[in-house]
Design a protein around this ligand. Structure first.
Ligand code: NAD
Length: 258
């Protein structure tokens, strides 16, 4: 049995991960962490496992980490986990360049899977978007995403990943082509730009559509997450896949393609 440290175990994704781990015959909860001062610390979240905030004790009781929290929490834990040789599955989004550099440094010491989206469907969508963006290289491309009103980063990590796949397929720089905001007298759409639009509303788990529009036609490639269980199952699959791998930063596409 692989023992999983669930970071952010009281969060929306943390609770979904606890449920998936409980139902997986190959996994068990090794430890569950929450931020210091959280009202639920000390509560039993799985048989014999109490919610804690002691990183060292949690790592000592675990073989792999699954982490859906906030960038600062993930960065502190990934560095501690790397020092102890514990592999890490990172689902947290919203890292800046310095944060990504710290994750890459940790991945030189332990294997890490990091994905903006652990759903199988979205990872297939990434390939479809790359193929369409390449074959329809002169079509206008826009990425639209909707998430629940409590999400704290925008655009979503998945929207950025889809836009990056399109930019890579076209051989252009996303930094140069991305347009995140339109307001007022914008002038006509700049040829080759990649638009990113964000909606925040209600309790949407996550919806992404990539539009490719050309003369007289439009393709819409969409994915809708209907519950968080698909992300949690993908993260559990990644956690099992990581055991015994060599140190590197892997993607969910590496996991799916074996
Ligand atoms: P949430 O706010 O419901 O949960 C985050 C949890 O982390 C909270 O319970 C919070 O108390 C806890 N936390 C904060 N600081 C901590 C610390 N220092 N130590 C331990 N725990 C700490 O958020 P959520 O909806 O579960 O999303 C969490 C992250 O996962 C976000 O970045 C979101 O974008 C991302 N996400 C990724 C995927 C994916 O497939 N990669 C899917 C869904 C959400």
């Amino acid at each position: 049995m692989t023992r999983v440290l669930v970071n952010g175990a009281e969060g929306r994704m943390g609770r979904a991960v606890l449920e998936v781990v409980a139902g997986d015959p190959d996994l068990q909860v090794g430890a569950a962490l929450e931020r210091a001062g959280h009202h639920a610390l000390g509560r039993e979240v799985s048989t014999g496992i109490k919610l804690g905030s002691d990183i060292d004790a949690a790592l000592a009781a675990s073989d792999v980490v699954i982490d859906f929290t906030l960038p600062e929490s993930t960065l502190a834990l990934v560095e501690a986990a790397a020092s102890r040789g514990v592999p890490h599955v990172i689902g947290t989004t919203g890292f800046d360049a310095a944060g990504l550099a710290r994750i890459e440094a940790a991945a030189s010491r332990v294997p890490i899977v990091m994905a903006a989206n652990f759903s199988l469907g979205v990872n297939v969508l990434i390939d479809l978007v790359a193929a369409a963006a390449k074959q329809l290289a002169d079509y206008d491309l826009e990425v639209l995403e909707m998430h629940h009103s409590r999400k704290v980063d925008a655009p979503s990590g998945t929207a950025l990943r889809l836009a990056q796949a399109a930019a890579d397929a076209r051989g252009v720089s996303l930094d140069e082509e991305a347009v995140y905001h339109r307001e007022g007298n914008t002038g006509p759409r700049e040829t080759g730009s990649i638009g990113m639009q964000t909606l925040r509303a209600g309790d949407s788990v996550g919806e992404h559509t990539v539009y490719l529009a050309g003369p007289g036609e439009r393709i819409e490639l969409s994915h809708r997450a209907l519950s968080r269980s698909n992300f949690a199952s993908g993260a559990a699959r990644a956690a099992k896949w990581l055991i015994g791998r060599k140190s590197a930063l892997y993607s969910m596409q590496d996991v799916i393609k074996g």
